[in-house]
Design a protein around this ligand. Structure first.
Ligand code: SF4
Length: 351
């Protein structure tokens, strides 16, 4: 039996080790097909024939509590993503916006923002307002916290936020040279421990290809999730969009690299929900990436192209598509609140 065959057998028999997972990353493209068939089969056995589609439209807006300000100006973002969010920088604006949003049929919001120089999103001073919103409405609140300290973790828990979307990172080079952050891997681990200590619902996000478009420590991020005992209900993968503004050279991560990491997550967490989230290259590779991610074993997908959905209907007619007006990190128990209205689904499918 050759090396790839015996590697495949170990994957198939659920006997793969971490060394095997690292070996899988090195496999050439022509040896991958059976592995993707296996990851898809594992998805099917554990998550069934459902693909959940997320469209965070006006019912689930993204809010920046710092407007377009960020003290880090990360290479891959440089405030670009903040500019696409609704700026609400005072407690009063945040409160009135969210109350009106709830009255108008909103289902939730992503509360995000730029970072301070210590890598934290300055959420702390808004948490009394968020607590009030959670008491007075049924809105689902997803937060981006960045690195955080104990008082913020405690207050996030007291505010009853529904989701903490947390970027997992174990690459010191990314922390320093891409995030411009004078922190260490240990600081990320400390934040995770604090989120665990206060029983927050952490939805780990892993950005594939953040290391200049190449794979670097994505598998180590998955390992950290496994070994830290996080046991999240869901893991979200996003992928680098090469920044135009950076002086550094970034390339678009390859579809195969992204799919390998998704497949590995499916092998390592057979039963978990796995999403391909909002930040990812679109343009020319959009449709091929979405199709490969489905084959690799995702069961959640944020804003796919209409073409991809037609391809699913044609090639996987047994797959049932379910549509939600929310971020892709919403827990299963809250899905009922976020089901997309039929008219909106029809409109989305016409786009
Ligand atoms: S990846 Fe999903 S959960 Fe994270 S911000 Fe985008 S839509 Fe929301």
């Amino acid at each position: 039996m050759n090396k790839t065959e015996s590697l495949f057998r170990r994957f198939e028999n659920n006997q793969a080790t971490w060394d095997d997972y690292f070996e899988f990353i090195k496999l050439p493209d022509e040896k991958l097909e059976r592995f993707f068939e296996l990851s898809y089969k594992i998805k099917l056995n554990n998550r069934g024939e459902v693909l959940k589609i997320y469209v965070p439209d006006d019912r689930f807006p993204a809010i920046s509590i710092t407007g377009d300000r960020c003290e880090l100006s990360c290479e891959h973002c440089n405030e670009k993503y903040l500019k696409g969010m609704k700026p609400l920088t005072t407690n009063s604006d945040l409160y009135h916006y969210l109350i009106t949003h709830a009255k108008n049929g909103g289902v939730g919001a992503l509360i995000s923002g730029g970072c301070l120089s210590d890598g934290s999103v300055p959420l702390y001073k808004y948490l009394d307002t968020i607590k009030k919103i959670k008491k007075e409405t049924n809105l689902i609140i997803n937060t981006h916290t960045g690195l955080l300290n104990e008082v913020t973790a405690k207050k996030l828990s007291a505010a009853n936020v529904d989701i903490v979307s947390f970027d997992i990172n174990v690459d010191q080079e990314i922390i320093q040279n891409i995030y411009h952050l004078d922190k260490s891997i240990n600081d990320y681990q400390k934040s995770i421990r604090l989120l665990q200590k206060y029983n927050l619902n952490i939805v780990p996000h892993i950005c594939i290809g953040l290391h200049y478009g190449e794979l670097s420590k994505e598998l180590e991020c998955i390992k950290l999730i496994k070994e830290s005992g996080l046991d999240p209900a869901l893991i979200v993968f996003i992928a680098l969009i090469p920044p135009k503004s950076s002086q550094m050279e970034f390339k678009t991560p390859s579809i195969i690299d992204i799919s390998k990491i998704i497949a590995l997550a499916r092998f390592i967490f057979p039963n978990k929900e796995i999403s391909l989230g909002c930040m990812r290259p679109r343009g020319k590779i959009r449709q091929s990436l979405e199709k490969m991610a489905i084959k690799a074993g995702i069961n959640r997908l944020e804003m796919p192209s209409r073409h991809t959905l037609q391809w699913v209907n044609k090639n996987y007619p047994q797959i049932k598509l379910k549509f939600f007006s929310s971020c892709c990190a919403v827990e299963k128990k809250d899905e009922i609140k976020t089901i997309m209205k039929d008219a909106k689904i029809k409109k989305y499918l016409r786009m």
